[in-house]
Design a protein around this ligand. Structure first.
Ligand code: ZN
Length: 228
C-alpha cells in the first residue's frame, strides 16, 4: 500500500484578506463556507474520500481514526489511521506540521512549543506503530525557523531543558527556539531514520501563513492519505 502526503500553501483558495487565500482553519474567524470550499479542493486534490482535521490544543494526545470517524476531532494534536481514502490533516501557522507514512498506516502531528516539550511526535510515532510496526518516513513541514522564533530566556530554558536541540539564537542575537530541530531529534530518538525536510520558514516565506508575522491569519495544512 502506498500513501501521499503534502503541505498546502496559502495560495489558490477563495478566502479573502486577512485569510487569503487557501485558509483551511475553521477556528480563526474566516467565513466557514470559504474554509469548507478550500478544504474540499485541497482534499480533493489528494484523491481522498473525506478528511479528518483536529481542533488542536497544543497537547500531546493522539486519536486513532477509523472508518466510522466523522468530522474534526476535539482536543488532540496527532492522528493516525490505517483506513485507506481518509485524509488526515494538521493545521499550522508557524508550529511544525509532521506527516508520518508507513506501508499500511499514516499519521499527522502538530508540534508547537508545548507539543515539542511534551513529546507529541514520539507519541504519534508510537501510535502509528500499533497499526504498522514496519519502516516509516517522516516529513517535517514548513515552520518558523530558529533564527526568527524569538522567545524569552525562561521559555527557551523550559523547552530546551526537555529537548536540548531546540535551543537557538535568533538573527537579532536573542534567545530563540528551533522547533524543527527539536522535532527531528525526537523522530531520531523514536527510531525514525527516513526524515524529509521542508525548509521553508513560515515567518519569512509569504507563501505560508505565519501567526508571528501576521497575527490574525489563516492556517495551512499537512495532509496525508493512505491509497486504496
Ligand atoms: Zn525564519
Amino acid at each position: 500500500m502506498a500513501s501521499r502526503g503534502t503541505f498546502t500553501t496559502r495560495l489558490g483558495g477563495v478566502s479573502v484578506v486577512p485569510y487569503a487565500e487557501n485558509n483551511l482553519g475553521h477556528h480563526v474567524g474566516d467565513d466557514p463556507h470559504a474554509v469548507d470550499a478550500n478544504r474540499a479542493a485541497s482534499v480533493g486534490a489528494m484523491h481522498a474520500d473525506r478528511a479528518v482535521f483536529m481542533r488542536q490544543v497544543h497537547g500531546s494526545d493522539v486519536a486513532f481514526v477509523d472508518a466510522r470517524t466523522l468530522g474534526d476531532i476535539d482536543g488532540v494534536d496527532a492522528l493516525v489511521t490505517d483506513v485507506p481514502g481518509v485524509a488526515l490533516g494538521v493545521l499550522v501557522a508557524d508550529c511544525v506540521p509532521v506527516i508520518l507514512q508507513a506501508q499500511r498506516a499514516v499519521g499527522v502531528a502538530h508540534a508547537g512549543r508545548r507539543g515539542v516539550r511534551d513529546g507529541v511526535v514520539g507519541r504519534a510515532v508510537a501510535a502509528l506503530r500499533q497499526l504498522d510496526d514496519g519502516p516509516l518516513t517522516a516529513q517535517v513541514g514548513p515552520a518558523i525557523c530558529g533564527a526568527c522564533y524569538e522567545v524569552p530566556g525562561p521559555l527557551q530554558d523550559e523547552v530546551a531543558g526537555a529537548v536540548p536541540a531546540t535551543r537557538s539564537t535568533t538573527s537579532k542575537g536573542t534567545t530563540g527556539l528551533d522547533l524543527r530541530a527539536g522535532v527531528v531529534a525526537q523522530l531520531r530518538a523514536a527510531g525514525v531514520l527516513d526524515i524529509r525536510h521542508h525548509l521553508a520558514c513560515t515567518a519569512e516565506d509569504p507563501a505560508y501563513y505565519s501567526y508571528r508575522r501576521d497575527g490574525v491569519t489563516g492556517r495551512f495544512a499537512g495532509i496525508v492519505v493512505l491509497d486504496p
